[in-house]
Design a binder for this molecule. Structure first.
Ligand code: IPD
Ligand code: CA
Ligand code: CA
Length: 259
């Protein structure tokens, strides 16, 4: 029943996103520089929320553009109607709908769909993860030096020790490839299916990672905060890997390369 609702919500959002493919759409700025929202984000969000509230009128909803729709419920749907809005606004086909479902504070299900690449990732606690109905798992890479990594940067500059640019520089100076796709949910889904060996980011929101972090765990990987402690999507930093390189990556992020 939850999964049907998740799939229906993704379908409804996809119709909205595709409806705008050849149309001009309105783009406005949120807090920060180039932190965009389009009328398509709002249309996708409305379509998702309509499906969820029709099926589960008592469930709590947390969604990026409309915030917390609080209900006294054990269930909470966490929604990013378009993750990768800057890409979407520039017609770069790397963006997705991301929906996670929490039960008593624990993520139990997540769906990520890129309507341009037709890739649907579904993760369920204890049941693994699929990409277009085929079971996926994380990579087997053993060393950070040989890994293919991905990260993202916040819309506001974080000038702090081990901040985004400092850590990025550390990898680039060693020749470790670090991609920047512009959608944290896709970054996580692509760690889950083994395209990337590791992902880290300093400042995310719950809707960016809710579905994707569960997928990495269910695909056999590991997810922690930036310090290497237990992860919560309600704190900003994340490290998500195939598990094998996790401790080494956490160490490089916090302390630099060993001498
Ligand atoms: C953004 C993307 C991006 C990440 C930003 C997020 P949005 O979400 O996930 O990869 O680096 O921090 O805000 O704004 O496209 O939904
Ligand atoms: Ca997002
Ligand atoms: Ca978004």
């Amino acid at each position: 029943m939850f999964k049907n609702t998740l799939l229906q919500a993704i379908d409804a959002a996809t119709i909205e996103i595709r409806r705008f493919t050849d149309l001009e759409f309105e783009i406005t700025n949120k807090e920060g520089i180039n932190n965009l929202v389009t009328e398509v984000d709002h249309a996708s969000e409305k379509a998702i929320i309509d499906v969820i509230t029709k099926n589960f009128p008592g469930h709590h909803i947390l969604s990026e553009e409309c915030g917390d729709l609080v209900q006294d419920s054990q269930y909470k749907w966490i929604i990013d109607p378009i993750d990768g809005t800057v890409n979407f606004a520039h017609h770069i086909p790397i963006c997705c709908i991301s929906i996670g479902l929490e039960h008593n504070g624990k993520m139990i299900m997540g769906g990520i769909y890129n309507p341009f690449m037709n890739e649907l990732f579904i993760g369920e606690r204890g049941q693994g993860v699929t990409l277009n109905d085929k079971r996926i798992s994380v990579s087997k890479k053993e060393k950070v030096a040989n890994a293919c990594m991905v990260t993202g940067f916040p819309y506001t500059y974080l000038d702090e020790p081990n901040g985004p640019l400092q850590v990025f520089e550390r990898f680039i100076r060693r020749g470790v490839p670090v991609r920047r796709l512009g959608s944290a949910a896709i970054d996580l889904a692509w760690v889950a299916c083994g395209r990337f060996d590791g992902f880290y980011e300093h400042k995310l929101q719950p809707w960016d990672s809710a579905a994707g972090f569960l997928m990495v765990e269910e695909a056999g990987g590991k997810v922690t905060n930036l310090k290497g402690d237990e992860y919560s999507p309600y704190e900003p930093g994340i490290i998500a890997t195939n598990g094998i390189i996790h401790d080494e990556l956490t160490d490089v992020i916090n302390n630099g390369w060993p001498v």
